[in-house]
Write a protein that binds this ligand. Structure first.
Ligand SMILES: [Zn+2]
Length: 276
């Protein structure tokens, strides 16, 4: 009896397996690829680093296979209205990145509402690069979303002494506890560390305060932070002013990990903490 039962079981197992003589199905576009919209409209200062930054953000998505990036210098796609001519709107995107945008961007009230809802209600991501803080001063909710606004860069571009305040956060995990970067560090206004998780900050013991452009009496100069805006994750850093910074593996890694984090691909805290 046993000798008859064994071949039957074997035949069933073979049917359930893959026939090596049949070609695999054609590869379909990977559905896990995220879509990011990178905006660099400037109404004020124009940074030389914008092109290099946009290329870097595009390439890191392509090389990792994690996202494709749509690069724009206008704001047409920041809307939930259906667009014609094959143009994508916010519904297509998973995160928005503002690369050294400046001034009052071309956004009507409907676009502003749609952009905030994209982050706050839909839980999609926002990354602000450098002058994203020097943007939309006449739009209070923008300042609330990103965490504040630019108020001078008291030391211009200098060897900034930086402290890593949250080495567990994926975007700054690769930085040592203390380090120096040649960059232009913004002084934020209408900003409080109580509303964000400060990731990087200037070492207050190593700054020259004999400078009329220093306005913060608390000497609290954040260099990067994470926060929530409703359901959405927000990351901002002042690093990335210079063209050279976009060839710096540390800075590229920071923004790569920041985008991954706002997309929800990694975990990191947004809880505020006291000055170290
Ligand atoms: Zn700058």
């Amino acid at each position: 009896m046993l000798s008859l039962a064994i071949p039957t079981v074997f035949a069933l197992a073979q049917d359930a397996g893959v026939d090596p003589s049949v070609a695999p199905p054609p590869r379909v576009k990977q559905s896990h690829v995220k879509h990011i919209l990178v905006i660099s409209q400037t109404k004020g200062f124009e940074h030389d680093s914008i092109t290099g930054a946009m290329v870097a953000l595009y390439n890191m998505g392509r090389e990792s296979g994690l996202w494709d990036a749509t690069l724009r210098t206008d704001t047409e796609l920041i809307t939930k209205k259906a667009l014609e001519r094959n143009a994508k709107n916010l519904d297509y995107f998973d995160a928005l990145v503002f690369v050294s945008t400046t001034g009052e961007l071309d956004l009507d009230d409907g676009q502003k509402k749609d952009m905030l809802s994209f982050i706050k209600d839909e839980g999609k991501g926002f990354v602000g690069v450098h002058a994203a803080l020097d943007t939309n001063y006449k739009w209070p909710e923008y300042g609330e979303m990103i965490g504040g606004w630019f108020d001078q860069h008291p030391w211009s571009t200098f060897n900034a002494p930086i402290i890593n305040e949250d080495p567990t956060f994926p975007a700054v995990r690769h930085f040592p506890k203390a380090f120096v970067k040649w960059d232009e560090i913004y002084q934020p206004k209408e900003w409080s560390r109580d509303k964000v998780n400060v990731l990087l900050s200037l070492d207050p013991t190593k700054l020259n305060y004999n400078n009329p452009r220093v306005h913060r009496t608390d000497h609290d100069f954040a260099v990067a932070w994470s926060k929530m805006y409703g359901k959405g994750r927000v990351f901002y850093s002042t690093l990335g002013h210079t063209e050279e910074s976009w060839n710096d593996p540390d800075i590229r890694k920071m923004y790569f990990e920041a985008i991954k984090w706002v997309l929800g691909l990694t975990d990191g805290s947004t809880a505020s903490h006291a000055k170290p």
